[in-house]
Structure formats: C-alpha cells, structure tokens
Design a protein around this ligand. Structure first.
Ligand SMILES: NC(=O)c1ccc[n+]([C@@H]2O[C@H](COP(=O)([O-])OP(=O)(O)OC[C@H]3O[C@@H](n4cnc5c(N)ncnc54)[C@H](O)[C@@H]3O)[C@@H](O)[C@H]2O)c1
Length: 369
C-alpha cells in the first residue's frame, strides 16, 4: 500500500493529538513510519490520542504553539522530516466566532511558520497542508466545488482556511516552484468527517455521544441540514496518497486537491444521528433527540465537493457508503462506552483493517499501489 512510501521515513504530523491526527498516526505507524508529533497539548478529555496510548508509540511529541516561529523552526530542524502532514488548527467554526483572532492566527501563521521552517531545511521534504472544504466561497450551489472555484469564507474559520490556501500558494510559487525543488507542497481540502474518538465540542457527533453517555437527549439546531459526511479514514487515505504521489511526481507540486464523499452521501443531521442511535443501546423510552429551532449562528447548509481531480491525477476515490461510515462510528463509541475501554487500540486497528479490506475488495486503486 502506498508503495512503501512511508516505511522507515521520518514523518512530522502537526495536530497529532487531535481527532484526525490520532487516526493518521495510527495508520502511519502501521505503514512503518517513524512518527513525530507537534501540538499544543491534548485538546479534549477523553482524547483519542490518549485512549490509543499513542504517546508511547511515536518517536517524539513536541509540545508548543504553531504561532511560535522559533519553536516551529527548532522542531522541524530537530526532526528533519521526509514528510510533513500539517493538521494543527483551531478547527471548530463555532469557536472561530467566539474568538476569531485566535483562529486566524493559529490557522494562518501555522501554515506560514511551517513553510518558513522548511525553507531552512537542506533536504527533500513533502508537505501535505490540510485546509478544509470551507475554503471555498460557498454560494450553496448544487454542483460541487472544484479546485479552480474561487476561495472565500463567510465566517472566521472558513476565511482562515481560504487565507491559508493563499499563503501556501504564495510560498510554493516564490520559493519551491523549480522543478528540481527539494520541497514539494500540496493542499488538501476535505470536510465533515465522522468516526470514533472525536470528542471536540461543537461538532454534532461528539455532542450527541456526550449527551447519550449521560443519559440525556441531544439538542439539534438544524436537524435537516445536509452535509457531505465521510468517515475520517477517507480524507486520510487522500492525504497519504497525495504525499506518495507528490514524492513521485514533481508536476503535482503546488496543486490543491478535494477529498470528499460520493455525491449521493449528502445526508441530513437527523439521518446520521438516527443511524448512530441504532448502534447505541438505549434504555427503554429514553429520549434521543430534542429539536431546538434556534439559529445561533449562520453556517452554510449545503457544501459539495467535486473530486474529479483527485480521481484523475491521484487515482483516489472514497471507499465507504454513508451507512458503513455511520455504522463504524456508532460501533466505535458503543464499544468505548458500553463494552471495553481498555482494548480500544485493538478495536481501532480492526476498524482500519476493515476499511483497507473493503478498499481492496472494491478495487480502489490506492489500496494496491
Ligand atoms: N474534523 C473535521 O470535520 C474537519 C473538517 C475539515 C477540515 N478539518 C481540518 O483537519 C485538521 C485536523 O482537524 P481535527 O478534527 O483533527 O481537529 P482537532 O481539533 O481534533 O485537533 C486539532 C489539533 O491541532 C492542535 N492545535 C490547535 N491549536 C494549536 C496551536 N496553536 N499550536 C499547535 N497545535 C495546535 C491541537 O492540539 C490538536 O492536536 C484541521 O486543520 C481542521 O481544520 C477538519
């Protein structure tokens, strides 16, 4: 898989203590990488990073803030990474409305500081910079956004991700555009991931699981909002495939890629939670949902991605159907809360293996090469 691209390679994952980061380093360790992490701490309690015991399995955890240029430079110089996956961010739209400058500085300077640090590295390095599907100027158009569509942002989080895209483009064109450049960079735009082990506040699945684990119904603001849900392993397969292809093909340097679900997977919040509820063993008569029609803040209802570029240039495609992604998510939390907390590392690996087996059975190309 991924042509052994990551075996024995030094890989720096920023934001490795977060939801996507913990799944990504789990996968990278399976691929034989020497994993280093950079983050400003453990963002949630519980945390997937701690539940899986990842601190003992990675080479080193570098604790600090991506807004601290000196710290970022020192970390990159010490690790000398062959690959960087930059995921560290303030990742919640609601928090960006409460503290917009914190979001802007973290999400924008994080990218710029890593790019500056890599400029001082005298060795090849492949950088996969994670932004978001929210980087597009979202006019709620029915057809999906392609990578050539205008960037924009109707809230501080979205604006920070669009700005990060522009910063990456500027540094790549200014400093790393030569075809023999040792540094190659691409951005990855995905959104709305679900999966076991997310406990971030202000996201629908963790909010729901927290409420159910306390025997309470979850409050829904917009039950009929439609989202392109995908399992967390889907964009991660895209990031890993992108890293591999970027290392092999200089012409991909500077490109942006969307990683989204098949179009038919846009389902409502209620569809998702109803499927999750099917995996939660409720006491008889326990209420599951409570609908509050309060629109506390404006968030786009519809956001679709066109993933033809990733399919064409990277031979990447998603694997799971919506029900499978929701079932993996529901079963993970059911296992954690209602069965055995201590064997979650094994259980998580079994879910990764199921995902890989399904990818192989469905003939998804990245699973073979
Ligand atoms: N989860 C989603 O649905 C989703 C959707 C689209 C894009 N993304 C993007 O994917 C990436 C990972 O998201 P996630 O869901 O794992 O987020 P998360 O909130 O679970 O984790 C964020 C990580 O970044 C670190 N971090 C935050 N601020 C930092 C700072 N100032 N300095 C150093 N580290 C800092 C945290 O410690 C944590 O490790 C982010 O860039 C996010 O914007 C996520």
């Amino acid at each position: 898989m991924f042509e052994n691209t990551y075996q024995n390679k030094r890989v720096l994952v920023t934001g490795h203590t977060g939801f996507k980061g913990a799944w990504l380093i789990t996968w990278l360790l399976e691929l034989g990488a020497e994993v280093h992490g950079l983050a400003n701490g453990i963002p949630t309690l519980p945390s997937l990073y701690e539940v899986l015991g990842l601190a003992d399995r990675i080479k080193q955890h570098h604790e600090g803030d991506v807004r601290d240029l000196d710290f970022v430079k020192k970390t990159v110089a010490a690790v000398r990474p062959d690959f960087i996956f930059h995921l560290a961010a303030q990742a919640i739209v609601k928090k960006s409305l409460e503290n917009p400058l914190d979001t802007l500085t973290t999400n924008l300077l994080g990218h710029a500081h890593l790019l500056e640090a890599v400029r001082e590295l005298d060795q090849p390095c492949v950088m996969v910079m994670v932004t978001s599907d929210k980087c597009y100027d979202n006019r709620e158009q029915a057809e999906g956004y392609a990578e050539v569509d205008p960037l924009g942002g109707g809230d501080p989080y979205s604006a920070s991700k669009a700005a990060a895209e522009i910063v990456v483009q500027a540094w790549q064109r200014s400093f790393f555009s030569d075809k023999n450049s040792p540094v190659r960079i691409a951005t990855a735009r995905a959104g709305n991931v679900i999966g076991g082990g997310d406990w971030a506040e202000g996201r629908i699945v963790p909010d729901c699981i927290r409420a159910w684990s306390e025997g309470k119904p979850v409050h829904l603001r917009k039950p009929n909002a439609t989202r392109p849900w995908q399992h967390v392993l889907e964009p991660l397969s895209g990031y890993l495939r992108l890293g591999q292809m970027l290392a092999q093909h200089s012409e991909l340097n500077g490109e942006a890629f969307n990683f989204g679900p098949q179009a038919a997977q846009n389902c409502t919040v209620l569809d998702l939670l109803t499927t999750l509820a099917g995996h939660w063993h409720f006491d008889d008569g326990a209420p599951k949902f409570k609908v509050d029609e309060i629109r506390s803040f404006q968030e786009a209802e519809l956001l679709r991605l066109n993933c033809e570029k990733a399919a064409g240039l990277l031979a990447w495609q998603p694997v799971l159907h919506f029900e499978e992604a929701a079932a993996l998510t529901g079963k993970w939390y059911h296992h954690f809360y209602q069965k055995a907390k201590q064997d979650m590392a094994d259980y998580t690996l079994r879910q990764l293996q199921f995902f890989l087996k399904t990818a192989t059975e469905r003939g998804v190309e990245w699973a073979f090469r």
